[in-house]
Design a protein around this ligand. Sequence first.
Ligand SMILES: *[C@@H]1O[C@H](CO)[C@@H](O)[C@H](O)[C@H]1NC(C)=O
Length: 124
Amino acid sequence: MKFTHIIILSLLLLAVFTVAKRIPSHEVLPTPVLVHAVKNNPNKYIVENIWYGNGYEDDDKVTAILKCESPVVVNATSQPTVFGTRRVFFELTVPDGVGTVVCRRGIFDIDSFRFWVISFEPTK
Ligand SMILES: *[C@@H]1O[C@H](CO)[C@@H](O)[C@H](O)[C@H]1NC(C)=O
């Protein structure tokens, strides 16, 4: 790197760190799902969906969603709740012979619409 490049880079970094002031932001994010096999029922699985975020009050409305590819059935695909519950559970019915369960899940309020793909192999 040339000397002038180093100078320019240093000035840019300086600008970022001196101008920046933390202001409130709004974001809700999921943590990786936890999948639980249900004892004594090889066709049932519980998907635990946990989230965290910034700029929400505990009583702000959010909706947790889990949609799975057929033939897997989710007990309640859309679960409206509040930010402060921080987790919901979905119960999946997985018929025999399904190789990989593929689902999309999201946790969002009115202005975020992102989905994340999850998958797991049934234990039998
Ligand atoms: C779906 O199943 C989960 C786990 O058993 C349960 O916590 C949740 O309340 C169920 N939702 C509905 C709407 O039945």
